[in-house]
Design a protein around this ligand. Structure first.
Ligand code: SAM
Ligand code: FES
Length: 350
């Protein structure tokens, strides 16, 4: 057996590797087939060929933050801004429910217009109307009491990527008022409150090195999130990182497989960013171990304005078309979408 296969087998068996083996896996370009096969086997042993769907509602592109990589950062004056009303958000859920969605993801910039009372009212309205659905929030860093209030209102899950677990790297991607320490504290708070918590990072963000990726993986091992979202960095023409090159498809796929092998039960999306850097990126992501897709439920007239990066796909279609297109892709890759909340499957202690 080649040393490459041995490392992959060891990872599948032990769900962990020392740094030098992880570095080899991350940096190689020859491991792919055995790594992907192993990750797919593990994913099938937990989730079969099921793919969970999340209806993504991008409800505001206002943001008080100024992250250097992000297209909706507050200093991007070239962008026209929008906010969805409570009724518009509910209408998105109504469309989504009819299409078979049982999870709604409310995502947006950090927009203080939506005070806690407004958000709690939206969350409880969705939960009252659709008690069989999960609500996921992805609205950034908030005080403990706000997270607690959303949870009490019925929110089930929260997505907050840590972006990079290296302090110096974090400072190169964010302005001074944002810190890795606070981001991590938010994640620990979310876990403590009881959310199914998602973290993750961009692959190929400016200045990223293999050592940073290893730190990302080690932080995830500490946090033990229920969801891990990773996607390639893609440059946006109105940001300070406009001239940096995009993250790489193969590396993103390898990292999905590594994460699947280390966290067999975790929910991993095949992201829109992956589909943006390669036409079959999401199908490849599923084959590498991802088990979630997030079709867009936002009203078509606002889609282009939620431009986190250039050339974002799925900005022209109605929700039904978007879901139909993804369903064909999921089937072609050998999996099937299911009508389910798609919760994290806890390991059963024997
Ligand atoms: N404001 C919330 C937050 O901070 O978590 C949610 C919205 S934020 C735009 C969602 C994610 O988009 C970020 O966590 C980041 O990883 C990703 N993102 C932002 N700009 C990106 C870019 N240029 N390329 C790829 N992903 C990007
Ligand atoms: Fe706030 Fe990107 S800078 S969502």
């Amino acid at each position: 057996m080649s040393s490459e296969h041995k490392i992959v087998d060891k990872l599948e068996e032990e769900k962990n590797l020392p740094d030098n083996d992880l570095t080899a896996l991350i940096e190689t370009d020859t491991f792919n087939a055995s790594l992907f096969e192993s990750a797919d086997r593990v994913r099938k042993s937990v989730y079969g060929t099921d793919v969970y769907i999340r209806g993504l509602i991008e409800f505001t592109n206002y943001c008080k933050n100024n992250c250097y990589y992000c297209g909706i950062r507050c200093e991007n004056n070239a962008l026209s801004r929008y906010r969805l009303s409570q009724q518009e958000i509910i209408n998105c859920c109504e469309t989504g429910y009819k299409l078979g969605f049982r999870t709604f993801v409310l995502q947006g910039g950090e927009d203080n217009y939506y005070q806690d009372e407004i958000l709690c009212a939206v969350i409880s309205q969705i939960k009252a109307k659709y008690p069989d659905c999960a609500v996921t929030l992805s609205i950034g860093e908030k005080p403990y009491k706000s997270y607690k209030a959303y949870f009490k209102a019925g929110a089930d899950r929260y997505l907050l990527r840590h972006e990079t677990a290296d302090d110096d790297h974090y400072k190169k991607l964010h302005p001074k008022d944002l810190s890795l320490q606070n981001r991590k504290e938010c994640l620990w708070n979310l876990k403590e409150i009881g959310y199914q918590t998602g973290s993750g990072f961009m692959v190929g963000s400016p200045f990223q090195e293999t050592g940073h990726l290893i730190k990302d993986i080690r932080f995830l091992q500490e946090l033990k999130p229920e969801m891990i979202g990773i996607g390639p960095f893609i440059s946006h023409s109105s940001t300070p990182f406009k001239d940096y090159k995009n993250g790489n498809l193969e590396l993103t796929l390898r990292l999905i497989s590594i994460l699947r092998l280390m966290f067999p039960h975790v929910l991993i999306p095949a992201t829109t960013a992956l589909g943006t850097i390669s036409p079959d990126g999401r199908e490849l992501g599923l084959k590498a171990g991802a088990n979630v897709v997030m079709p867009n439920l936002s009203p078509v007239h606002v889609r282009k304005q939620y431009a986190l990066y250039d050339n974002k796909i799925c900005t022209g279609e109605e929700a039904a078309e978007c879901k139909g297109c993804l369903e064909r892709r999921v089937n072609a890759a050998g999996y099937q979408m299911v009508i389910s909340r798609g919760d994290y499957k806890r390991r059963i202690a024997l």
